[in-house]
Design a protein around this ligand. Structure first.
Ligand code: FAD
Ligand code: UDP
Length: 366
């Protein structure tokens, strides 16, 4: 029997690795400094009985059959396709920008070829496309950039779109058809009984013990660990020896509206130009829950607080690489997840990365 493996972080990265290692016969002790499992995907009924996501809206979508099948071992699903509206000058428009957005915004009647020609006319070709500003100007031009992207991005990240890598804005497609779904992935669904229930089932294994409300540094000191899987911020692991890696944080303002059955027509409404918050999400759209009232959350970006987003810029990635060099030679530790790899991963990508990391570790431990 090998010594137990210590896993830090009960989010997607930690719980996927824990389950894989436990299924292969290893004993796993998984910890989190928070008082709950599920990491940033944690959901719970609020004081009024509406299921809410404490750390902002989490919508599951993937093109990976493998990830879909894997999570399907631990949950049934509720089919759900997310839709978003963006508010410009007090009016709501389909977002991502599609043909209806153009027609409604500019009072046009474009067909698909007309929308293609429109974008061709207004776009500002950029070569090479390096920044998020390049991505948007190159595809939809300045007016749409200023209406939908510029101020949202400034608010969300605290920097200019020209300072952010192309991949940030490239998450948002531009469409000449009238598809108004936020995602077009093959699999789009929400865990039928919520994320936390799914995580409970992932961790329900005789080889797994869970300890909450404890810090990695304290638990590690107890010693006797066969290996460590670390999913927290990589700079914190190394005592910020190269200086702090910037992460973007958020403040979540949750509100229950008693007696309001529906607050807004879609799951999320984005406010690129107004307010200090970026978007409002109404959870009942996501979960399908029936309730006489409704619960919403507003997201206020901020620099300080829990690290939620790595900030993809050339400078930050260079700093991350210095930490990665340390990680590569750190004996007996696997680094995986959004904070440990400093990558703007979606949930499904974290599961994929954790499955691969667990496989690699199992080969090493065999
Ligand atoms: P986390 O979930 O952050 O888990 C890491 C855990 O490690 C945390 O619980 C933390 O408390 C713990 N930890 C850290 N340091 C220590 C320590 N020293 N000791 C003990 N414990 C420690 N993805 C999607 O696919 N769809 C979405 O709609 C979506 N929406 C999002 C909305 C918001 C507002 C945010 C912030 C993210 C969203 N994501 C979404 C991304 C998703 O949250 C992440 O991809 C995923 O949760 C990352 O999982 P993880 O396990 O890497 O990290
Ligand atoms: N974005 C924007 N306007 C919007 C929505 C998104 O400018 O109305 C930009 C912004 O930079 C944002 C990025 O596109 O950070 C990615 O958006 P996404 O909705 O994928 O962000 P997440 O859900 O990860 O916060």
């Amino acid at each position: 029997m090998t010594a137990p493996i210590l896993i830090t972080g009960c989010g997607f990265a930690g719980c996927t690795a824990a389950r894989e290692l436990a299924d292969a016969g290893h004993h796993v002790h998984i910890i989190d400094k928070r008082p709950h499992i599920a990491g940033n995907a944690f959901d719970e009924p609020d004081a009024h009985g509406v299921l809410v996501h404490r750390y902002g809206p989490h919508i599951f979508h993937t093109n990976s059959e493998r990830v879909w099948q894997y999570l399907s071992r631990f949950t049934e699903w509720r089919p759900y396709e997310h839709r978003v509206l963006g508010v410009v000058d007090g009016k709501r428009y389909p977002f991502p920008i599609n043909r209806d957005t153009l027609n409604q915004l500019y009072g046009l009647d474009l067909d698909e070829a007309g929308a293609t020609a429109f974008f061709e006319r207004v776009r500002e070709p950029r070569e090479p496309v390096r920044s998020s500003e390049d991505v948007v100007l190159n595809s939809v031009g300045r007016d749409l950039y200023e209406k939908f992207f510029l101020n949202y991005t400034r608010k969300q990240w605290g920097v200019e779109p020209s300072q952010l890598k192309a991949g940030v804005a490239a998450r948002i497609p531009v469409r000449t058809n009238t598809d108004d779904r936020y995602f077009t992935d093959t699999f789009q669904a929400m865990p039928l009984h919520g994320y936390t229930k799914m995580f409970e089932r992932m961790l329900a294994h005789p080889n797994i013990t869970v300890e909450l409300g404890v810090d990695f540094a304290d638990v590690r000191q107890r010693g006797g660990w066969g290996h460590v899987v670390y999913t927290g911020p990589i700079d914190a692991y190394f005592g910020h020896c190269h200086g702090p890696l910037p992460y973007r944080s958020l403040r979540f303002e949750h509100e229950h509206l008693a007696g309001t059955a529906q607050y807004q027509p879609t799951g999320t409404v984005n406010y690129p130009n107004d307010h200090a918050y970026t978007r409002i999400t109404e959870f009942k759209h996501l979960t399908g829950q029936q309730h006489a009232g409704t619960s919403i959350v507003r997201e206020y970006p901020q620099a300080e607080g829990d690290p939620y987003y790595p900030i993809p810029s050339d400078e930050n990635e260079a700093l991350f690489k210095r930490y990665q060099e340390l990680a590569d030679v750190e004996p007996g530790v696997t680094f995986v997840g959004r904070l440990a790899e400093y990558r703007y991963y979606n949930m499904d990508q974290v599961v994929g990365a954790a499955l691969a990391a667990a496989q690699k570790l199992l080969e090493r431990l065999a």
